[in-house]
Design a protein. Structure first.
Ligand code: CA
Ligand code: CA
Length: 300
């Protein structure tokens, strides 16, 4: 099985980067990923010295492994990525940073908390342990236009911080350039919806995926499916813009799949759609998702 080492690291989703491997649709790949500070924060006292420095204008944060060139992928296709497994490393960290997150005004000093992880448990202290909920923070394909720094998100993905991107989920991504160019990294041992303090349990990991290709089917934003849910995504500087994007995406899917009117789709969404905040980076850029039950059509 193809394995991509975590030293194949990049900080932007860009069509200018050389592929690190060529992959056939249907192939299974293991990607080693780095934590959000690329392994520089091993002890709490590293918190300041490990802070990300800019490189070519991009902050070196949320590293992605890649890009993978998917043979046969052309602009206008959709790439599918099945998340088969996420194997977490043995420790991660959490941060409290001055002015970042909803408690940012209470932070006197930027602080790191090193968290050992084993046997499916994150051990915050002798008294506090919680079961892990592994998820992928950064996933996306190269945009045809300007690159997307891995600190941010765009139409082809990036720092989505969507807790539903986990084992068993199928991620659908737009293909805008030949080969799609897939990037993946910034795994979290766990992250609550909203990423309230600005960082998740940031960890290295190994992610096993299977890629697939849907020819001639164009999507405009990343989309997810789990066993039970279909999930659209939205992002923007403004919460309502992001929410409207995710809602419209879902409405269009329902209209197309079930021959509904916009009015009917809106009523159905109001009845069964769950709008959730994924993350709000520094209170500036927000990413959201809209979850709707997968409809099993009954009878003839
Ligand atoms: Ca992230
Ligand atoms: Ca992260």
């Amino acid at each position: 099985m193809l394995r991509i080492s975590r030293d194949k690291v990049c900080y932007e989703l860009s069509s200018h980067l050389e592929p690190v491997a060529f992959v056939e649709p249907g192939e299974t790949v293991v990607l080693e990923t780095n934590d959000s500070r690329t392994g520089r924060l091993k002890r709490a006292e590293d918190v300041l010295t490990s802070a990300p420095q800019p490189k070519n204008g991009n902050p070196m944060v949320n590293p992605a492994t890649g890009p993978l060139f998917i043979r046969g992928a052309e602009p206008g296709d959709t790439l599918t990525v099945d998340i088969l497994d996420i194997k977490l490393g043995s420790q991660g960290y959490l941060l409290a940073k001055k002015g970042v997150g909803l408690l940012g005004d209470t932070v006197q000093e930027t602080t790191a908390w090193i968290i050992p992880v084993s046997e499916g448990e994150a051990r915050f202290s002798n008294r506090i342990s919680l079961p892990v909920r592994p998820m992928i923070g950064v996933i996306g394909t190269a945009p045809a236009g300007a690159s997307i720094p891995t600190m941010y998100v765009g139409d082809t993905g990036g720092n989505m911080d969507n807790a539903r991107i986990t084992i068993g989920t199928r991620v659908f991504l737009p293909v805008q350039v030949p080969g799609a160019l897939l990037f993946l990294g910034d795994v979290h041992g766990m992250m609550g919806d909203g990423e309230l303090n600005g960082t998740a349990l940031e960890m290295p990991a190994e992610v096993r995926i299977q890629v697939g290709l849907i020819k001639g089917q164009r999507i405009s934003l990343p989309y997810l499916e789990t066993a039970d849910l279909m999930i659209t995504t939205g992002y923007g500087d403004d919460f309502f813009d992001a929410a409207r994007q995710a809602v419209r995406e879902m409405a269009v899917r329902l209209i197309d799949a079930h021959s509904l009117t916009w009015e009917e789709a809106g009523m159905l969404l109001s009845a069964a759609g769950d709008l959730r905040i994924c993350q709000s980076y520094g209170g500036q850029e927000v990413t959201v998702r809209l979850e709707f039950p997968r409809i099993r059509t009954t009878g003839e």
